[in-house]
Design a protein around this ligand. Structure first.
Ligand SMILES: [Mg+2]
Length: 354
């Protein structure tokens, strides 16, 4: 089994509810405080999120408020306001979606973004840009993990918290996970950890060479999942729940060919159609993606992000033709080509800016 092709950017907001509250209670910045369950009184409620100052006193989510107050009597408690957190979560997801990738909002404060098709350096650049927009634009801290596979990206994110950024290169995945504990695998709870400990398996490297049948006997299907993970195979898929914010066209050629002039003519037609669509929706684009499918259904994608927004058909065609050139090869026939633009912005917004 092959490892998955593209990198996943995993974003997790740091102590999200507490960070949202800080936006409207900046005076609490240096003080330990906790967001607590909304309906509960002080005697029955629990902590939902503690800020990092409160965590220094061992206060954590799920802890009864009474216990937290024993650990730090002056703890400031704020009742949770989920409508407010959801509003901010929507703002974050809108911003992330504007990049045009497949994205799964895993929870109110976590997102997984599939950048398959993008060059490694570009992935890191885009992830840094996302982090900057969250911290400068929304004034919120987050941690980003990047790896080949959703589970590995989440693990990278977990181990970089708080306010971290960790990029695990594809060929470093096994090194990264080997020395982690089995409990560092998302979904491995206390019970599973104990069962594995009974077999003297404490670290992910212990699972790597385990008997997969024994693991399945012990944990069912999940056993084979963690066995695969320990061998660097992460098949967890992004479950995208929205329509990609990108516009594009793709078409089969009349017949398979590697004739550059034929492919370029088709690309020009597709670029014009795409630019027409973008103008009719009064948008501007910044990123350009070309796609080539070969006769054997192998598919290659190349993406470029411009330093400016435009709706020009000429820019689109000239950039797309540069991107596609290295994908046209002497000995391999092309069946289908496509062009797509993303990182969209309303053109009315542009006028306001300039
Ligand atoms: Mg979080």
């Amino acid at each position: 089994m092959a490892a998955r092709e593209g990198y996943i950017i995993y974003i997790d907001m740091d102590s999200f509810f507490a960070s949202c509250e800080l936006l409207r209670h900046p005076d609490l910045k240096e003080k330990p405080f906790a967001v607590v369950t909304k309906s509960a009184d002080k005697f029955r409620g629990v902590v939902q999120t503690a800020n990092y100052s409160a965590r220094k006193f061992s206060i954590h989510s799920g802890m009864p408020i009474m216990k937290a107050l024993q650990l730090y009597p002056n703890l400031y408690c704020i009742k949770a306001d989920h409508d407010y957190y959801e509003e901010i979560s929507d703002e974050i997801s809108d911003m992330l979606k504007s990049y045009g990738f497949e994205i799964e909002m895993v929870s109110i404060d976590e997102a997984a973004i599939d950048t398959t098709g993008l060059e490694e350096s570009k992935v890191v650049e885009i992830a840094k840009d996302m982090k900057r927009k969250i911290s400068d634009g929304l004034k919120l801290p987050c941690t980003i993990g990047i790896a080949k596979g959703k589970t590995f990206a989440k693990m990278a994110c977990d181990s970089a918290k708080p306010n971290g950024f960790l990029f695990i290169k594809g060929d470093e995945t096994l090194d990264f996970i080997s020395y982690k504990r089995v409990s560092d695998i998302p979904g491995v709870g206390k019970k599973t950890e104990e069962k594995l400990a009974n077999l003297n398996m404490y670290y992910i490297r212990d699972l790597k060479n385990a008997n997969v049948q024994a693991l399945v006997g012990l944990l069912g299907e999940y056993g084979s999942k963690i066995y695969n993970l320990s061998n660097g195979i992460d098949e967890e898929k992004i479950v995208s729940d929205w329509v990609t914010l990108s516009v594009g066209r793709e078409k089969n050629l009349n017949e398979d060919t590697n004739d550059t002039s034929v492919i370029m003519a088709k690309l020009k037609e597709l670029s014009n159609d795409t630019a027409d669509m973008i103008r009719s929706t009064k948008k501007l684009y910044k990123s350009i993606t070309v796609k080539v499918r070969y006769f054997d259904f192998n598919t290659k994608i190349k993406t470029k992000t411009l330093s400016y927004y435009t709706d020009s058909a000429d820019v689109l065609y000239s950039e797309a033709s540069e991107l596609i050139k290295p994908l046209i090869k002497d000995n391999i026939m092309v069946r289908r080509v496509g062009v797509r633009v993303s990182t969209l912005m309303d053109s009315s917004h542009q006028q306001k800016l300039f």
